[in-house]
Structures are given as structure tokens and as C-alpha cells.
Design a protein around this ligand. Structure first.
Ligand SMILES: NC(=O)c1ccc[n+]([C@@H]2O[C@H](COP(=O)([O-])OP(=O)(O)OC[C@H]3O[C@@H](n4cnc5c(N)ncnc54)[C@H](O)[C@@H]3O)[C@@H](O)[C@H]2O)c1
Length: 365
């Protein structure tokens, strides 16, 4: 038996057809654990028994380790590490139950953290009080386009960072990655305010949450650096996935098609080598469900646990991102700038849809 025992809660259905209605992230976590010889997958839980059984058959989990009820799984299998891959609306419940179980040492939960800032804070607080390491799977932090961009910043290649522009993906779901990466580029400084506007004319639900069609959000970090995100029809405003603007140049992370990473100085652009790595994967994935970036995230879970240090994927750092995302929606609701920290125990965007303040047409898809 390898060192740490691992369990997955929320295995997901068939992993071969990932969509925004079901990505089966549990499979991606499980294959990442299989690459780390410090652990062994011993149990799984899914309210849909067939899902759990199919997952167990794929990864060799013994029949005694297959559960429908995750609380029963915690008390009987007593896993050291739990991956939480259920939909975001129940992240809080599962994470808090893991923290209070008295048997779990680390929880690795999927992003986005939770459906409200209050829930996200509670998860972090409970895990801290129970001395349980809490991480969120922002696996792109380990992708070469992003780590190399950070190295260029740290090496002073664009002088001092002044502005981070994001033109890739949406605000909430992809934003859990892109705004998180912006935090990494800006040395994890929290934001001090956020102001935003959005358009929601056609219904779009992803991973159980409404997702605006277009959004503009601007925020300022405590160190004076600005962040801005333009999604939907206005996303080509940045002409790249990320533009990291500095006093002496620009780092450009492109969407796929050309060089992934470029350094621009004195009006000249030069490509920066990131091998085969893209926004999503290393490019060397064969015969597997997900990206090798997940393997690196899992390795960080165990490295941090063994070294007794804060993981780069920590809940505390995740809160910096959650604050910006919820404050962006809160700014739309208040029609004004939101100064941080702020409190809201709901999801402001979902609340605006529920109240009818935002009334999108049903989707044609
Ligand atoms: N990191 C990434 O790049 C990435 C990509 C896609 C999705 N995600 C995130 O992963 C998470 C999971 O999304 P998904 O699309 O993989 O989900 P999914 O729908 O594919 O799987 C979730 C599973 O949880 C099970 N479940 C629901 N309630 C449960 C409960 N109380 N106990 C046990 N099992 C329960 C469901 O039956 C289902 O099988 C979400 O937070 C999503 O946003 C992350």
C-alpha cells in the first residue's frame, strides 16, 4: 500500500464526452493520482451508483470502496486525501464534512470554489480550524505558457507590471482560472475594488450556473496594478488571451494557433519557447482523459502536505479570486463599484436571474 489513501467524491458519468453539463472531472483527478506513487485510490462515492461502479472498474477501486453516500465513505474508508468533484453548489457541504470528519488530512476540490463568497470563506475557515489542507484545482498554474510568463515578469523583462488584460473565456467559470492566473502574475496581491457591467440576453448555463453572454470587469489590486476582463462579443478587445503590460514591454499569451507566448519590447514581438504546451494541456497526452496539468496539481497537493507549507493552489489564495468574481457580479447588482472586502451570502448573478431582474431568452441550443 502506498503512503496516502485517496477517495473521489463525485466520480462523474461517462468521461469520453466532456461538456459543460458534465465533465467527469473525477476521472481526470483519478488518473492524476495514478501518476503519483505516494498515494493509492481506495474509495469513491457518487449518488448515482452506476457512475461510481463504472469509475471503480476503470481505476481498480475494490467493490468495498464503492459508495453512494460520501459521509459513509468518510467514516468507513477513512481516506487521507479527498478529491471533491461534485457540482459547485455542494462543494461547501462536502468540503466542510471532510474537514470535520477527523480522518482527512487534505481536500482537493474543483473550481469554482462555491456558489457564494460566504460559502467559500466558510470552507477555508473550517479547513484551517480542523488543520486540513485545502486546495482548489487551478491546474493551469502549472502550464508552461503561464509559468514562463511569470518567469519573464520575475526576471524584469517588461519592467514593472502595470495592467493585466484578459480576453479569454467567461467571467465566472473560466474566470476561476484566468482571474486566478492574474493573481499569480501579480504575486497574489488581493484586489481593493471591482467595477463591472454585463449583458445576459440568451440563457447559458454551465456546470449548473448561469453564465453571462458578455461582461466587462475592471479591478485594482492593492499594489496599484489593474486587472480587466472582457468576455463574449467584446473579448477580442485584448487581441490575446492575456496581455501583461509593464513599464518596459508586454507579455502576450495567445489563444492557440500562433506562438503561445510572446515578449514584446520596443514594438518588436519575439516568441518564447513553451514546448508543446498550450492553454489546456502539455500536448503529450496520449491514452488518457485529461491534461498532465492535473498531475502537476496533484503533485503539489502532496508536496505541500509533506513540506508543511501553503500550496500554490490554497483556499486562502483562491479567496482572492472568489472575491473578484463575486464582487464583479455584486457591482452589476449595485450599479456601482464594490470595495473589498465585502460580504454577500448569495450569488449576486444567480439572484438577479431568480428575481427576474435579468431575464434571458431560452437558449436555441
Ligand atoms: N479544473 C477544470 O478545468 C474543470 C473543468 C470542468 C469542470 N470543472 C469543475 O469540476 C466540478 C465537477 O464538474 P463536472 O462537470 O466534472 O461534474 P459531473 O456532472 O461530470 O460529475 C459530478 C458528479 O457528482 C455526482 N454527485 C452530485 N451530488 C453528489 C453528492 N451529494 N454525493 C456524491 N456525488 C454527487 C453526480 O452524480 C455526478 O456524477 C465543477 O465544479 C466544475 O466547475 C473543472
Amino acid at each position: 500500500m502506498n503512503g496516502y489513501t485517496v477517495a473521489v467524491v463525485g466520480t462523474g458519468p461517462d468521461p469520453s464526452n466532456p461538456t459543460v453539463e458534465g465533465f467527469a472531472m473525477g476521472y481526470r483527478h483519478a488518473e492524476a493520482y495514478a501518476t503519483d506513487d505516494r498515494c493509492e485510490l481506495v474509495a469513491c462515492a457518487d449518488i448515482v451508483r452506476e457512475n461510481a461502479e463504472a469509475f471503480a472498474a476503470t481505476f481498480g477501486v475494490p467493490e468495498t470502496g464503492v459508495y453512494e453516500d460520501y459521509e459513509r465513505m468518510l467514516s468507513e474508508a477513512e481516506p487521507d486525501v479527498v478529491s471533491v468533484c461534485v457540482p459547485p453548489a455542494i462543494h461547501r457541504d462536502v468540503v466542510v464534512d471532510c474537514a470535520r470528519s477527523g480522518v482527512v488530512s487534505a481536500v482537493h476540490c474543483e473550481k469554482p470554489m462555491a456558489d457564494s463568497l460566504a460559502d467559500a470563506r466558510e470552507m477555508v475557515r473550517e479547513c484551517r480550524e480542523c488543520d486540513v489542507q485545502l486546495t482548489f484545482n487551478r491546474q493551469r498554474r502549472f502550464g508552461a505558457p503561464f509559468t514562463e510568463a511569470k518567469r519573464l515578469l520575475d526576471d524584469g523583462r517588461i519592467g514593472d507590471l502595470t495592467r493585466i488584460e484578459i480576453g479569454w473565456g467567461d467571467f465566472y467559470d473560466t474566470g476561476a482560472h484566468t482571474v486566478d492566473l492574474a493573481g499569480m502574475f501579480n504575486d497574489e496581491h488581493p484586489a481593493e475594488w471591482v467595477i463591472a457591467a454585463l449583458d445576459y440576453r440568451e440563457e447559458d448555463v454551465r456546470f449548473g450556473s448561469h453564465q453571462e453572454n458578455q461582461m466587462w470587469a475592471q479591478w485594482r489590486y492593492e499594489n496599484g496594478v489593474y486587472g480587466v476582463l472582457s468576455s463574449g462579443e467584446g473579448s477580442d478587445f485584448t487581441d490575446a488571451a492575456f496581455l501583461l503590460r509593464g513599464t518596459e514591454g508586454v507579455v502576450r499569451i495567445n489563444v492557440e494557433g500562433g506562438p503561445m507566448l510572446e515578449l514584446e519590447r520596443g514594438g518588436e514581438r519575439s516568441p518564447v519557447d513553451v514546448g508543446t504546451e498550450t492553454m489546456h494541456r502539455t500536448g503529450t497526452e496520449t491514452d488518457r482523459f485529461g491534461s498532465h496539468y492535473h498531475d502537476r496539481a496533484i503533485a503539489e497537493v502532496f508536496d505541500a502536505l509533506e513540506e508543511g507549507r501553503e500550496p500554490t493552489l490554497s483556499g486562502r489564495l483562491g479567496l482572492n479570486t472568489a472575491e473578484i468574481l463575486f464582487a464583479g457580479y455584486e457591482s452589476v447588482r449595485r450599479r456601482g463599484r464594490v470595495d473589498l472586502p465585502f460580504d454577500a451570502d448569495d450569488h449576486p448573478f444567480e439572484a438577479m436571474v431568480e428575481s427576474g431582474e435579468l431575464a434571458p431568452e431560452p437558449s436555441n441550443d
